[in-house]
Write a protein that binds this ligand. Structure first.
Ligand code: MEV
Length: 299
């Protein structure tokens, strides 16, 4: 077996605009300091492809799509291992980070010199499998890192904010991103709702650039109301967020949410006050988050 080739790509959080971003609305999102890492090594004495990873279906789809779209062939067998410290299927971009760390690893191992736009289009095509219809936000951040305003497939850079951020993991949702994206389509036939989502995200964008914490929190609360309206925030999570709000915090689901069950993946909390007593009561793990300026890289 030859030396291994390692690449890693970051997960993400969405501050504002998930779901609506699928319909060309803006979203504000940031890469985080949690990563998927792909380790690839040629198996020179065999022509088998072996996987050691959390989602074999996603990875075999990524492998086949990459080889087909870029018209590449593997000269030898390949051993593929992917690990991730991004909670899986919790709205933190784990699928995108897995896809990008893998396709970047595979193509650089094959000596291909591709531009980031090619990776973006390829990654987005692959992400249609877990997302149904992907906006490309998660893929963009896994590739580029940083904090961005993402709209209609294009991004404008924003400064990584310095605000008191927490991520609470309420547990893996019962439904997938694809199911959620399909279920909320009916709501986005309304131009009024699209405008409401856009207004909240534009307001958030302004508040973030002014570093106005009170205004940022007001936007997060307004965004939570809209996400609740489209049915992706289950009752127990609504209660949890109501308690956080009473304590002066602002919180919302981050990512697709869920259309069934009692867990909704990651909940983003912006709070200057200590919220640990509330979070402990619900027995949810909580961690602080830092923005990550770097996108995919060979490590
Ligand atoms: C998933 O992280 C965010 C969604 O808006 C889907 C997408 O943007 O592709 C629900």
């Amino acid at each position: 077996m030859s030396k291994s080739h390692k690449t890693r790509a970051p997960g993400k959080l969405i501050f504002s605009g998930e779901h609506a971003v699928v319909y060309g609305n803006p979203a504000i999102a940031m890469a985080i300091d949690k990563f998927a890492t792909a380790t690839l090594s040629w198996q020179l004495d065999a022509d088998v492809i072996s996987f050691d990873l959390p989602d074999t279906q996603l990875l075999s789809h990524a492998l086949i799509t990459t080889l087909e779209q870029l018209k590449l062939t593997l000269p030898h067998g390949l051993k593929i291992k992917v690990n991730s410290d991004i909670p899986i299927s919790c709205g933190m971009g784990s699928s995108a980070a897995i896809i990008i760390s893998f396709i970047y690893g595979l193509t650089t191992l094959l000596g291909e010199n591709l531009d980031l736009e090619t990776y973006f289009q390829l990654g987005r095509d692959i992400e249609h499998l877990p997302h149904g219809c992907s906006s490309g936000t998660d893929i963009y951040l896994a590739l580029h890192g940083g904090c961005v305003r993402f709209e209609n497939g294009a991004a404008v850079a924003r400064t990584i904010p310095d605000i008191p951020l927490y991520m609470v993991n309420t547990g893996k949702p019962e439904t997938t991103t694809k199911q959620c994206v399909a279920a909320v389509t009916k709501y986005f036939k309304s131009q009024i709702l699209l405008k409401d989502f856009a207004a909240v995200t534009n307001d958030f964008d302004w508040a973030l650039q002014k570093n106005n914490l009170k205004h940022i929190q007001a936007c997060i609360r307004a965004n939570h109301k809209l996400l609740t309206h489209i049915g992706v925030v289950p009752e127990p999570i609504q209660q949890f967020i109501a308690e956080l709000e009473k304590a002066g915090a602002a919180a919302k689901i981050c990512g697709a949410g869920t259309i069934a069950g009692e867990t909704a993946g990651a909940v983003l909390v912006v709070s200057e006050r200590d919220i640990s007593a509330i979070v402990e009561k619900y027995n949810y793990p909580m961690f602080t988050l830092t923005g990550n300026p770097h996108g995919v890289q060979v490590i």
